[in-house]
Write a protein that binds this ligand. Structure first.
Ligand code: AHR
Length: 541
């Protein structure tokens, strides 16, 4: 098997397909590619939770995005926007993280339970006052309505471990068994909610307390040393606050500190946050100056976003390798619970003060979504969950809403096109295509010419592919090693305008179209248009 693969790669190199940073841009006439899918080389089952979401009390995410209130003229289910529920059900949303983000470490869950009149307005981490109308009961009802599992983030900076344990008791203790269970019953939910995923703080190196890794390890142990599990069949999956971007030092020192106390097994996951924000092509590393506009961009910024987003691949590899230093069995998995594009202010849904951090999402963000999900699939053995930040009216949003207006972004369409990967077995797939070369302010910029992922479930195979080139189509032969392709269907998301996006006035500018699938002799020949995301669903015989 490995010999076959080596020969395959050798053959490609002979054809001149091996990626090279110095290779000049190919012309349309040269543009052909080869994709080899290797079903006998499984990587792992793609955790459905990789298709997770995140909502925070920030700008218009909760209030107006998700929560419109029971008396609203906007169609709702007990105060929750119906369009959001329907859209999440349609993509089988597996998990939603709440209430933050940075907000989580200033949140007291007790302010958001009980009768509507008893809720306590509090100063919001992001500014203004939070009415706390949307609290634990509403969030867990939202999860029930959408079918998503809840992932709660606990306040580690501002509250003692005791409050965390009481929150767990409130959510999970058996009916009638504890004060928390009785409180829950009095508020209309006698049965436990069985919340399995719990984040222990958020960005504890920053807004979550400015801890050192060693200090945080002590806090993590304090919070998790005795968390009631409530029964043999239930267990909590506790997520430790992990690194930002390339901070492997945090990962190394945190896991080392946990290992020194024999506590590696106490963490189910290590969170990793990575935003694609610096589009300055090397000019600056300043958090504000490095950001660019969501809608106005040239080809350089098109490629920079995709190339920076592609760094997710090396981030996962690097942190995973460092984790092995203290966790040789890889008990702890990666939870990428914040990811997406983060542009400079300027494209918010008005008024800006109410919809802080909201931004428009274009075709470019659809490609970023596709390539990121493909990376997660290729690391299905390492990544147990991921949460796009954030679901609605925020950064990398799948939806935008303002009062009775609602629209699905190009990001949403990619999540839908990729759905068949959820729970399927990711298999190794080799892509050979002339790379993209671009001028990075006088330096060579490069990106692969075609990338993606494949997964298998019985006789069904899903192949998803991103062509990042702004103007070059690629004609590819797709071979499934050891199998014959009997039939197939496809979808493609693209547009002649790289800046194409959906807004309230033009909700359907970017949407998937059927893609015809050509099979001859059990092989597939497919044209991947420029600037596109494609999903192919093949039946093997
Ligand atoms: O998603 C917005 C913010 O980005 C989150 O609150 C925080 O965790 C991250 O820095």
């Amino acid at each position: 098997m490995l010999t076959d693969r080596r020969n395959f790669l050798k053959g490609l190199a002979a054809c001149g397909f091996a990626a090279s940073a110095s290779r000049s841009q190919s012309t349309a006439a040269e543009s052909s590619a080869h994709i080899e899918i290797l079903p006998d080389e499984p990587i792992g089952v793609i955790a459905p939770e990789i298709y997770g979401h995140f909502i925070e009390h920030l700008g218009g995410v909760i209030y107006d995005g998700v929560w419109v209130g029971e008396d609203s003229k906007v169609p709702n289910e007990g105060g929750i926007r119906r369009a959001v529920i329907d859209a999440l059900k349609a993509i089988h949303a597996p998990v939603v993280r709440w209430p933050g983000g940075c907000f989580a470490d200033s949140y007291n869950w007790r302010d958001g339970i009980g009768s509507a009149t008893g809720r306590k307005p509090r100063t919001n981490f992001w500014g203004g006052t939070d009415p706390n109308s949307f609290g634990t009961q509403e969030f867990l009802r939202f999860c029930t309505l959408t079918g998503a599992k809840p992932y709660l983030a606990a306040n580690l900076r501002g509250l003692p471990a005791w409050d965390f344990q009481q929150w767990v008791e409130y959510c999970n203790s058996p009916a009638g068994s504890t004060a928390g269970a009785k409180e829950r019953a009095a508020q209309g939910h006698p049965e436990p909610y069985d919340v399995r995923y719990w984040g222990v703080g958020n960005e504890s190196w920053g807004c979550g307390g400015n801890f050192t890794p060693e200090e945080y390890a002590t806090e993590f142990r304090r919070f998790t040393a005795w968390v009631p599990q409530y029964g043999r069949d239930q267990h909590l999956d506790l997520v430790a606050s992990g690194p930002s971007d390339y901070e492997v030092d945090w990962t190394r020192r945190l896991l080392r500190s946990l290992a020194e106390k024999g506590q590696i097994d106490s963490a189910y996951g290590l969170s990793l946050h990575y935003y694609t924000w610096n589009l300055s092509a090397g000019l600056t590393t300043d958090w504000n100056l490095g950001k660019r506009d969501a809608l106005q961009f040239d080809e350089l910024e098109w490629y920079e976003l995709l190339a920076q987003g592609n760094m997710m691949d090396s981030l996962i590899r690097d942190h995973w390798a460092v984790m092995a230093e203290s966790d040789r069995r890889h008990h702890i998995k990666l939870i990428v619970d914040e990811w997406g594009a983060w542009y400079k202010p300027g494209t918010e849904i008005n008024p800006k003060s109410k919809y802080a951090l909201s931004q428009m999402l274009t075709l470019r963000d659809a490609l970023l979504s596709g390539l990121t999900l493909d990376i997660f699939h290729r690391h299905a053995d390492k990544v147990a969950m991921a949460n796009a930040a954030q679901l609605i009216n925020c950064l990398h949003s799948l939806m935008l809403a303002s009062e009775d207006q609602f629209v699905l972004t190009p990001v949403y369409h990619v999540f839908k096109m990729y759905m068949a990967h959820m729970g399927a077995r990711s298999v190794r797939t080799e892509f050979a295509a002339p790379p993209v070369s671009y001028d990075r302010r006088g330096q060579p910029g490069t990106l692969w010419g075609l990338q993606g992922s494949a997964s298998v479930s019985g006789k069904s195979l899903t192949l998803t592919v991103v062509n990042p080139h702004a103007s070059r189509a690629l004609e590819a032969e797709v071979v499934v090693r050891g199998a014959t392709v009997a039939s197939g269907t496809g979808q493609v998301l693209t547009n002649t305008d790289l800046h194409a996006h959906n807004d309230f006035q033009h909700p359907d500018v970017v949407h998937p179209e059927p893609a015809s699938v050509t099979i001859a002799g059990g092989r597939l020949q497919h044209r991947f248009p420029p600037a596109s995301v494609t999903s192919l669903h093949l039946t093997l015989s």
